[in-house]
Design a protein around this ligand. Structure first.
Ligand code: FAD
Length: 469
């Protein structure tokens, strides 16, 4: 009897523990992707990007004699129907860690188990399973550095090879058509623009890793902070959908470190930030939904996502060039440089005194590399409400940060069209991608800051001092 292989955030063939073990059984395999309640709940850009990834996996599966069956509906119902149609004896998947996916998986497991269908979940999304890393007293880590020290000497094992062929069933069940799902349906104007900036699929992800190690890892530790140059790997959009395994990236970086590449150590540590985010999310799912430290519940943050200030922030019209360039980069490309994520996050939560949840949710709608763990950890870190966080009183100055990290002004020129006689393609792309009702154009004046660097800092610090009184 066949085994159903339920693909979710593991959209690759190489270093795929579930797939490798499934091939070993010799049973016919039926790969399936379900447009389920979790996919339904995703933001516009992540769902659009996911659709491209599913399309790529479907092609890759055909290349090894298989087929990706597409179904839409509640996960348990869709899987149950497929089991009946195919006579499958088992449903396997790769483990997920965020609360929504966990709830979905628990329901699927319970429902299928009750009918005598074997269910199994596999590793593959992380280097180390969250519960396999414990403090000396048997607890979980709340701070990155000790976590990193606890895992850095561990061996995650070697990546598994890509299967040459998947055993096919005698007949295939019906599949829906990906086009009918209109995965980019909420992107409005942006889909075509954003698509130009994406690098989709397993082969492209591998090539990207190879290029990064050949050309950029050497200087990564210095170049990674500069939003005006391509100093990082860009792998987040691939890692989040599992188009490449974290273990493959980690192994390759270990090799580069052994070969003496200057930035390899820093790169390895960044990969472990992702690992830490998942460790923390697994142990404290509230990382996504609430202030991790409850004392922040009393802080006078604005929770109005449509306030004038929050709106200016989302549209890249705060009058702070670093913030605006970054918010436009996000909207046009589905990506944002890490330093820029920190600056925009700091400006929103400190200068604009707006709750990090509003920024978190906007990122979750716009980021093609949206990752439930990394996004939540990033926001709680920058807001100061997380377990291991920048203290709230450390307020980034968006003006001096721009002088430091965009010394030639290339980043701001790339994204801010106003005031430029002949704005570059990137800045025009943003204007093309922005909804018409935002009424933006290259020849409107660039705004004055809605909240100035010094004024915002003073206001935030006064609120911080007064928070307990
Ligand atoms: P590289 O510098 O090449 O790093 C390689 C990989 O390491 C990344 O792909 C990522 O998987 C991991 N990594 C690097 N930095 C971090 C970090 N600070 N935290 C966790 N993992 C890290 N990352 C996401 O993948 N998705 C998100 O939704 C996301 N939201 C963020 C929100 C905020 C407010 C902040 C401050 C950070 C967020 N990050 C997020 C982390 C980081 O900004 C991105 O991972 C990084 O910019 C991706 O670019 P890259 O792949 O070129 O990174």
């Amino acid at each position: 009897a066949p085994i159903l292989l339920w693909f979710r955030r593991d959209l690759r063939l190489a270093d795929h523990p579930m797939l490798a073990e499934a091939v070993e059984t010799g049973a016919p395999l039926i790969p399936v992707f379900v447009h389920d309640e979790v996919v339904e709940g995703q933001g516009a850009a992540p769902r659009f990007r996911l659709g491209l990834s599913v399309e790529s996996l479907a092609r890759d599966l055909e290349g090894i004699g298989s087929k990706l069956i597409l179904r839409r509906g509640r996960a348990l119902d869709s899987l149950r129907a497929l089991v009946v149609e195919t006579g499958a004896r088992a449903v396997w998947w790769s483990r997920a860690y965020d609360p929504e996916a966990r709830a979905r998986d628990a329901e699927a497991m319970e429902g299928l188990d009750a009918e005598g269908i074997e269910t199994r979940d596999f590793t593959g999304h992380l280097l180390f399973e969250p519960e396999s890393v414990e403090t000396k007293t048997g607890g979980y880590y709340k701070v990155y550095t000790p976590y990193m020290k606890a895992v850095r000497s561990r061996d995650p094992g070697d990546p598994l090879p890509m299967p040459a062929r998947l055993p096919a069933p005698e007949s295939w069940p019906d599949s829906e058509r990906l086009d009918d799902w209109r995965m980019g349906r909420d992107m409005r104007h942006g889909a075509d623009v954003v698509a130009r900036y994406l690098t989709v699929g397993e082969a492209a992800a591998r090539a990207r890793l190879g290029r990064f190690v050949a050309e950029r890892i050497e200087d990564y530790h210095v170049a990674r902070d500069r939003p005006d140059i391509e100093g990082t790997s860009g792998l987040s959009e691939n890692l989040t959908y599992g188009e490449i395994s974290i273990r493959t990236c980690y192994r390759v970086a270990l090799g580069a470190r052994e070969a003496g590449a200057g930035g390899a150590e820093t790169f390895l540590k960044e990969l472990l930030w992702r690992e830490f985010a998942y460790h923390l999310l697994h142990h404290t799912p509230r990382l996504i939904t609430r202030n991790w430290r409850a004392e922040w519940d009393r802080f006078p943050w604005s929770e109005d996502g449509d306030s004038q200030e929050a709106t200016a922030w989302k549209r890249g019209r705060t009058g702070m060039r670093f913030v605006d360039a970054a918010m436009r980069e996000l909207y046009a490309t589905g990506r944002m440089h890490n330093r820029a994520r920190m600056i925009t996050g700091s400006y929103l939560t400190k200068h604009l005194m707006t709750h990090w949840k509003i920024g978190h949710d906007w990122f979750a709608d716009c980021l093609a590399d949206w990752d439930p763990a990394n996004n939540a950890l990033g926001w709680q870190w920058i807001a100061g409400s997380g377990p291991d966080a920048a203290p709230y009183f450390r307020v980034y100055n968006p003006e001096s940060q721009l002088d430091k990290f965009d010394p030639d002004g290339a980043y701001q020129r790339a994204w801010i069209a106003e005031g430029q006689a002949d704005p570059p393609r990137t800045a025009c792309d943003f204007l093309d991608a922005a909804p018409r009702r935002w009424r933006l154009s290259a020849d409107m004046p660039y705004p004055d800051p809605i909240v100035g660097a010094a004024e915002g800092r003073d206001r935030a610090l006064a609120a911080y001092k007064g928070r307990d009184s």
